[in-house]
Design a protein around this ligand. Structure first.
Ligand code: ZN
Length: 135
């Protein structure tokens, strides 16, 4: 197996729990303990009520395509084009910037049902991506 060539995320104090969840193939999002609002990306303060108290919740991993773009110009040698960068809205209501895989770019549409899939790219890093839910 060749070594993974793409840049990998570096966990921070705010994102370490999220990336550790990905390694276990669990998609974690934060929920405010005061107003119960879900939030993503991980951060210390609730954008709804400014509370600093939160918990980690395992998201269901299903959502729908909110928007997307297709990258056709290669900007890094490790990224083969074309690929899809999408904003996926989870059933919990938060939106994640991600990749949609296992899908031809021309088949994408707003509202397409998708589910998370985890790509283990190294011993330390797992990247969550999304694929269409086949019905
Ligand atoms: Zn809150």
């Amino acid at each position: 197996m060749s070594e993974y060539q793409k840049p990998v995320p570096l966990p921070t104090l705010d994102t370490r729990e999220y990336w550790e969840g990905c390694r276990r193939h669990e998609l974690l999002i934060q929920r405010c303990l005061k107003c119960r609002a879900f939030r993503f990306y991980p951060r210390p303060m609730c954008p709804e009520c400014n509370s600093l108290e939160s918990e980690w919740i395992r998201a269901g991993g299903k959502g729908q395509v909110y928007s997307w773009t297709v990258t056709v110009r290669q900007f890094h040698p490790a990224f083969e084009v074309p690929y899809v960068i999408a904003i996926v809205e989870l059933e919990e209501g938060v939106r994640m910037t991600t990749n949609v895989i296992n899908c031809q770019p021309e088949a994408l549409y707003v509202g397409m049902p998708v589910e998370v899939v985890f790509e283990d790219v190294s011993g330390e890093t797992t990247i969550p991506k999304f694929r269409p839910i086949k019905d």
